[in-house]
Design a protein around this ligand. Sequence first.
Ligand code: SAM
Length: 271
Amino acid sequence: MNVDLYHLADLKEFLRVKELQAKRSLGQNFLFHKRECERVIRAADIKKGDKILEIGPGLGHLTQLMEEAGAEVTACEIDKRLTSLWPEIHPDFKGRLIASDFLAFRPEEYENCSKVVANLPYYIVKEIIMKLLTCGVQWESMTFTLQKEEVSRLTRKRGEERYGALNALMLILGEPVCAGIVKSENFYPRPNVDSAILNISPLRYPKYSLWLKTAEIVKLSFAKRRKLMKSNLAELNIPTDAFSILGIKESARAEELEPKMFLDLARLLSK
Ligand code: SAM
């Protein structure tokens, strides 16, 4: 195919010829600028032989560069209008392209992957990250392009306003950091706000059964923000001395706890 999809005029012409309009409802803003795509790939530290899960590959701008870097990509894209074009735009693609909603995509299909890379659709960022964290795969790293404000939310620390379950879960496994801003003009259609790259690397998982128990405790603890953690955890029938053994105040709220304490609590309850 003789168009360069990293070139805005070619991309627009390609979409026009195919009578394709980006769907806002699916968060379709294609990161077309090659230099910016390369920044995302660098932030993800992609190496030859890496097995990557990509969510929402769109027209394959990131996918192509990851393949060129020697990675094996499993890509999950919900929009069949886009996946049906891949044989034409990526005739030499060696990875796997699956036309599916990622939220319905079975973990067995990507359990051999170790890194996640995605320019995520903004409307389901939290659901996707929560699924990735609890799907059974122990990821080495995650690298996402997200709206800048979303990256600020996901990098909140304990003590910051609206720090929540997803923040605590990520902080137990690693340290989410902002790896740079991607200006809105690098996307088509151009969104109203700039984006940023979020990177978590490395992720250090405890034994997986312990991790799943920890995730359950964290989600319940933050379920009703105004309630004491102890009340939120009532359904777990926690032994009365568990909090004092760990030095947690009876009046503690989830957001006050050092993230690793949830892991200690899960360990205690698993004994
Ligand atoms: N990766 C491409 C890029 O960087 O140009 C496209 C990114 S675009 C922000 C988000 C992509 O996620 C779109 O291609 C959209 O169709 C896809 N998407 C939206 N919801 C999805 C879902 N539930 N599962 C899989 N893909 C989804």
